[in-house]
Design a protein around this ligand. Structure first.
Ligand code: CUA
Length: 367
């Protein structure tokens, strides 16, 4: 029955060619429509102040723009080929269908060795592939910079299971999970040069609106170049499966005005706040194993296995996106991170509720 509907079996199929044509037209419309709808769905629908949809169809930085241009070119060429080929197939189905009054006239005439046809279907695809190769190669050379462009802001990105470390090098501070960048430097567009390293396993750094995906490989140093075009908040994700909390490796990139970025940097460069009203929490923190993994600049805490907490309150999320950085969630996190992010390296410190409150009160002063 199915065979006869699809027109692939014998004599009974006469008159079913309409179904084949309809099927092909529907499939063709669906295939092209799906791609275009995907691009259209990227239109910003989020509330003001919220990050846009992390779509490669909404590029906000130079490498992402180059990638989208190549994508549309490849899509355009493929769509034209697809429509022409499907059109010819549909035309042939209709024009050369077996008519009811014709009977079975056997095989159609067999043609061998047409040089012009052989030549055409060899040369045309070769030219198309050559054009796609040239355009892709040019894009790759533009994007893949092995040296920082002059005047770049350089940041070292270290992928950890399961969070991101951002080391601002010369600026003298380290932060986590939230990358802050300036749109301009002295009024000129600021390019950014990221050095990508891994502390453990394979990760992949991907913020679709800013650049393509780049793997973060243990024992190897990769680079990624960005040149943001527009202020805003852009989200991305680790894009290489790296263990059970792979999904909680959120990257948030804030592209600021020059003045806002300078203010943010000035704050990050300060040592941690010292507030006598939370001395009990401070002292307790410094007596626990917290200090083996976390750094709080200006204190004895100088661990490097876990995120630098010097300005914890300047960040919007905990656990690389596992929870919002609110007082309640911070308490739950310090009480037992395994409830929020099972499998992460931070254990419950087996503090009492009172001790948890003291430590969180201290952490909340780290603005
Ligand atoms: Cu890191 Cu997936």
């Amino acid at each position: 029955m199915l065979g006869s509907c699809l027109g692939v079996s014998g004599q009974d199929d006469r008159g079913h060619w309409e179904w084949i044509v309809a099927g092909r037209v529907i499939a063709m419309t669906w295939a092209i429509g799906l791609f275009v709808a995907n691009a259209a769905a990227a239109a910003p629908v989020c509330a003001p102040g919220q990050p846009e949809m992390p779509s490669m169809f909404l590029p906000r930085s130079e490498p992402a723009e180059i990638i989208l241009e190549i994508t549309w070119l490849v899509f355009g060429i493929c769509a034209v080929i697809f429509v022409i080929m499907e059109g010819l197939i549909i035309w042939a189905i209709i024009r050369y269908r077996q008519r009811r009054d014709e009977g079975d006239s056997g095989e159609p005439p067999q043609i061998y060795g047409s040089n012009p046809i052989e030549f055409a279907w060899t040369v045309i695809p070769l030219l198309i592939v050559f054009i796609l190769f040239l355009v892709s190669a040019r894009g790759i050379f533009e994007i893949d910079k092995q040296e920082p462009p002059p005047g770049s802001l350089e940041v070292t990105v270290v992928g950890h299971r399961w969070w991101w470390e951002f080391d601002y090098g010369e600026l003298g501070f380290v932060t986590a999970n939230e990358l802050h960048l300036p749109l301009t430097k002295d009024g000129e567009a600021q390019s950014v040069y990221l050095t990508l390293e891994s502390a453990d396993v394979l990760h992949s750094f991907w913020v679709p609106q800013l650049a393509g995906k780049k793997d973060v490989v243990p024992g190897r140093t990769n680079h990624l170049w960005l040149k943001p075009r527009q202020m805003g908040t852009y989200v991305g994700q680790c894009a290489e499966y790296c263990g059970n909390q792979h999904a909680n490796m959120l990257i948030t990139v804030y592209v600021h005005s020059e003045a806002d970025f300078d203010r943010w940097v000035a704050n990050q460069q300060l040592d941690a706040a010292q507030d006598d009203s939370v001395a009990a929490g401070h002292d307790l923190f410094m007596q626990t194993a917290c200090i083996n993994c976390h750094t709080i600049r200006g204190t004895v805490a100088d661990g490097t296995f876990a995120p630098d907490l010097t300005h914890l309150m300047s960040r919007s999320v905990l656990g690389a996106g596992a929870a919002a950085n609110t007082p309640d969630r911070l308490r739950e996190w310090v009480w037992d991170p395994q409830n929020i992010k099972p499998g992460c390296d931070m254990p419950s410190m087996k503090l009492s509720r009172h001790e948890t409150d003291l430590i969180c009160a201290y952490l909340e002063t780290l603005k």
